[in-house]
Ligand binder design. Structure first.
Ligand SMILES: Cc1ncc(C[n+]2csc(CCOP(=O)(O)OP(=O)(O)O)c2C)c(N)n1
Ligand SMILES: [Mg+2]
Length: 280
């Protein structure tokens, strides 16, 4: 990709990170760490990969997206708002009583949300069903789903993986966000899912490795996934939990906590410095 395109993507992802911080700060609750680790991926997916029409969110032939790690919806809402599914001002209603953007994605009330999620493991199972439905209906839309590396410690994920291979769902791409941390520590200390590539390979998936914060790497990974015509594909992306906010990076403590005013100002200053660096 050329430098201009890359810079646009970097600016979009950086705006999304600011959105995430604004959402969680205004709600004084939510999950910033795992939201910040997927901003580049969602920026790339929504602006370059998926066939979508934000003015027609229920378009029958659209590609589908399921945020299986539903707690990181601040990043999804940021992507949807930046793409124009709803006004950016809605983001400040995040987690507020009576408002649209709930603490986990709600397909009934939020334009652009294809599946409700939050109970880890269920999202990928729904995504498998959607991909199977497309095949049975002779449709060529694709289904993308993002999972956490802690989430894949949930047994239901592997039932879904088996089912996807059994049905040759080459129209399904899962992205495992390998930030190394889950709710209260290192994924290895909780239930050790490594080695992740070998596990998916054993379940019959095509495995692609990527750097979650490098758009050339993401471009190559998604192109490779699109080219696979036989098997379901999984992109295992190495990422940094809390990416872009100095004090949140690689810290399990920022899995599900809101910044106070001083921390909010530091976070926004960090992200503003990134923007200035990109525009220089
Ligand atoms: C079935 C289920 N069990 C437990 C939880 C509580 N929970 C919410 S987030 C989380 C950790 C998820 O870690 P990971 O998938 O690595 O997400 P990320 O690091 O991207 O935030 C847990 C255990 C849940 N939402 N669903
Ligand atoms: Mg994780």
């Amino acid at each position: 990709m050329d430098n201009k395109e890359k810079k646009e993507l970097q600016l979009l992802a950086n705006d999304m990170r600011k959105d995430v911080i604004n959402e969680v700060y205004s709600a004084q609750s939510g999950h910033p760490g795992g939201s910040l680790s997927i901003c580049d991926t969602l920026a790339y997916l929504y602006s370059k990969v998926m066939k979508i029409d934000p003015k027609n969110p229920k378009w029958e032939d659209r590609d589908r997206f399921v945020l299986s790690k539903g707690h990181t919806c601040p990043a999804l809402y940021a992507a949807l708002a930046e793409m124009g599914y709803f006004p950016k001002e809605e983001l400040l209603g995040f987690r507020k009583y009576g408002r649209m953007l709930q603490g986990h994605p709600d397909m009934k009330g939020i334009p652009g949300v294809d599946m409700s999620s939050g109970s880890l493991g269920q999202g990928i199972s729904a995504a498998v069903g959607m991909a199977l439905a497309a095949k049975l209906a002779g449709k060529d839309y694709r289904v993308y789903t993002v999972l956490g590396d802690g989430e894949i410690e949930e047994g239901q994920v592997w039932e879904a993986a088996m089912c996807a291979h059994h049905n040759n769902l080459s129209n399904l791409t899962a992205i495992v966000d390998n930030n190394g941390l889950q709710i209260d520590g290192d994924i290895e200390d909780v239930a050790g899912p490594y080695p992740i590539p070998e596990k998916f390979e054993a379940f019959g998936w095509k495995v692609i490795l990527a750097d979650a914060h490098d758009f050339d790497s993401l471009e190559a990974a998604f192109n490779e996934a699109l080219a696979e015509k036989e098997k379901p594909t999984v992109i295992i992306q190495k990422s940094v939990k809390g990416k872009g906010v100095s004090f949140m990076e690689n810290s399990a403590g920022w899995h599900g906590k809101a910044p106070n005013e001083e921390q909010y100002n530091t976070a926004m200053a960090d992200l503003e410095a990134v923007r200035k660096g990109l525009e220089a």
